[in-house]
Design a protein around this ligand. Sequence first.
Ligand code: URP
Ligand code: ZN
Ligand code: ZN
Ligand code: ZN
Length: 483
Amino acid sequence: MRKVIKGGTVVTADLSYAADVAIEGDMIVEIGQNLQGNEVLDATGCYVMPGGIDPHTHLEMPFMGTYSADDFESGTRAALSGGTTMVVDFCLPNPDQSLLEALQMWDNKTSLASTDYSFHMAITWWGEQVFEEMAEVVDRGITSFKHFMAYKGALMVNDDEMFASFQRCAALGALPLVHAENGDVVAAMTAKLLAEGNNGPEGHAYSRPPEVEGEATNRAIMIADMAGVPLYVVHTSCEQSHEAIRRARQKGMRVYGEPLIQHLVLDETEYFNPDWDHAARRVMSPPFRNKMHQDSLWAGLQAGSLSCVATDHCAFTTEQKRNGVGNFAKIPNGTGGLEDRLPVLWTAGVNTGRLTPNEFVAVTSTNIAKILNMYPKKGAVMVGADADLVVWDPKRTKTISAGRQQSVIDYNVFEGFEVTGLPRFVLTRGKVSIVENEVKTEPGHGKFVAREARNPVNRALSQWKEIVAPRKVERTGIPATGV
Ligand code: URP
Ligand code: ZN
Ligand code: ZN
Ligand code: ZN
């Protein structure tokens, strides 16, 4: 069975050209003119792009006394509906839990995934067992390790633990990730705000201003530099954090920043809405910022100092959010976006001239495929690549609305946003899963994507670090001691 996507313009991170794309089974087998096949997908007037990869999701995640509401079934269906064909989720061991046991638990959640998926492993505690098990985790194809510098008393790790883990990442050729906020300061400011009666959702934003994120980003960059390892900063939300990343990159350091689609288009005024539910539904960490920060994030995507746009999809229902009535610190942190990331970024980015279509592909798919060492299996339109493709109709429009979304929650933070640019077809490893508004996903089709450690950046960095490593000076004529 050969499918042909016909009459479209192939758009990759570096090229746009008219061509047909032929698919057999899971893979792209030919790209060229006038291709023939048993099934033809008409791409006239459309762009044929690598499917989106969302490097940051939390599906069915145990967090703040509850579980995020979208699981791998609804989450990957939402992803496909918006043109995303792969997600990378976070495996979170409990303190003292074996990493391998946690991995088994996360693996058990994925049986109904419709897209391919991978995991980042979180380092939530430190000890001999974690040190040992990290090697086994890497052998199983999970080569990125997340560190929470916030959520004190829960997921947070301290600097000594982070340095030990980053050094272990360097030795294994793995990539450390950080949630960069100063958890000690956030905890103290939260307690102070609550003591002063400042207990509404806006208190969440007051408790974690941009400086708190900027400091932690600088600290994580320094620790990565000392350990000789690249660094990926998740949900970069503000100029302070972006500035740290920009400066590090200018110095030649391998640091990647990941803004979220929410931070690019939604701002802090959401927290001042008089409707408690409205504000609480938007509580996430880091919180939404003001326009100056948004402009900084867009500039970073344009200049290349920020690398990938993600969602951090961690959806909670209004009822779950209401756990925090009277105490913002109990509002489960997280927002959705899996279905909306590509259409919103296209509308606010490409349709305004802030991004080219090629840059759009880079920041939604190709860059992360390279950073996570799965390119060109993923993130490419290339013979031999997985047929994870989106046939993108730049003229299709819709108004985002919770009533028509795939996510199981009862609201959408982008409610009312009019998008222009939507998928006509979405293929996941060759399977046509979306045909405009028709959802034809196949729960269970999604497979785990194992990744190799020691990608070229890790290897280059280790080589350089070895050359500039401290070396003892061999001296002659050492003075006698105790004279
Ligand atoms: O508020 C957020 N971002 N919730 C998900 C967990 C995390 O910090 O990424
Ligand atoms: Zn986070
Ligand atoms: Zn997250
Ligand atoms: Zn299948």
